[in-house]
Design a protein around this ligand. Sequence first.
Ligand code: PMP
Length: 451
Amino acid sequence: MKNKKTIELRTEIPGPKSRELMERRKAAVPRGQYHATPIFARRAEGAVIEDVDGNRFLDFAGGIGCLNMGHRAPGVVAAAREQIDKFLHVCFSVTPYESYVAVAEKLNALAPGKFAKKTLLLNTGAEAVENAVKIARAYTKRPAVICFEDAFHGRTLMAMSLTSKTSYKAGFGPFASDVYRIPYAYAYRSAEGSTAESFARHLTDAFKRLVAAESVAAVIAEPVLGEGGFVVPPKEYFALLHEICRKHGILLIADEVQSGMGRTGKWFACEHFGLEPDLVVAAKSLGGGFPLAAVIGRAEIMDAPAAGGLGGTFTGHPVSCAAALATFEIIEKEGLLERSTAMGKRFEARAREWQRRWGLVGDVRGLGGMCAMELVRDAASREPAEEETKAIAKYCYEHGLIMMTAGTFGNVVRILAPLVMTEEEFDEGMDVLEEAVASVAGSKSAMLSHA
Ligand code: PMP
């Protein structure tokens, strides 16, 4: 059992109170609502989560990338409290309020591209994806959407139809029509020698093989795959993709739900590629821990749907908007973009060393604080090490580190730690991860030598 500076384990994991709650959870909540750990939270602060048994965990998951500014960031809590004392819900569709407009103005200024922009606010990433597609269709007057293998866009009908991994879709068909899927620029799992050009060619081929270009409203892409395993395309890839889109009057939608809001060391991951998408989808850390999502885009595109065509009862909730305004300020004042870049470097230095030591670590990749390693059974065959990845995640939470996996094959360890995490905390978390990898890689080579 660990008892270091931050991590403090008072009981075996999960402790008695978590175990008791798990029994109630199993009886009351459907199994389809997955949980990555059996730990029930009691409180959280900064980069630390305390469970109901008094155990303290370092958080490398950030509620799946929603806490770049940290748990209960003081500015966010103060702004939310202030808003709660004024009004809760009046509905922007009934009596508008300033904070919604202020969030839209800020996102219009932050999103890549100097052109005039407008922003629609929503509650969740999936809802924002649905709306981005609606807007693209209204503007282009075309039906089809092209998406990617290994993509994740959410769990509602269109968002799920755009999602690739079959475990998110099994049993839920029929899916939305006019959705076409092409391979992503996933170098580690593509033919040797693949280039930005050869990856982009999948799009031009699609116009022959899958759907006529003049029927396509939009191509939707994550600049860095999130659930798909933190895959980073070659630098020139998106410029090529956008050029092909422009040539055919197709809009490019960047889904920055996971990669945005400073996660990669820039406000939006698109900036790393010099990409100025027609529409950008944001969510997760945008709300500072409250539900908030956005579609940001070229003003003339955003204005394509008629008045009343967009909206929702709770969209752009006043408390979420107040929290978002505080979040922008925290990211700027606390230098979280720089801290994200530094976190990525710290991760890479350690993970590359692990890669040299253990064949299990097949690939180390990422952009800033959106970093990951892909685990394989064998460096040559690259057979995904799904069970080993699960064992590492389990070792981690049993030793005080909450960490999530990703990837179509479930074999990616990903880091979504709050960007306010101190270097000491991050190193402590990486120590646990190293022990976890060592224990699994060690037992694997022991297994092999017995074989
Ligand atoms: N797009 C991406 C890239 C995501 O990572 C996610 C969530 N993991 C979504 C969309 C869906 O967001 P939400 O869960 O808020 O609906």
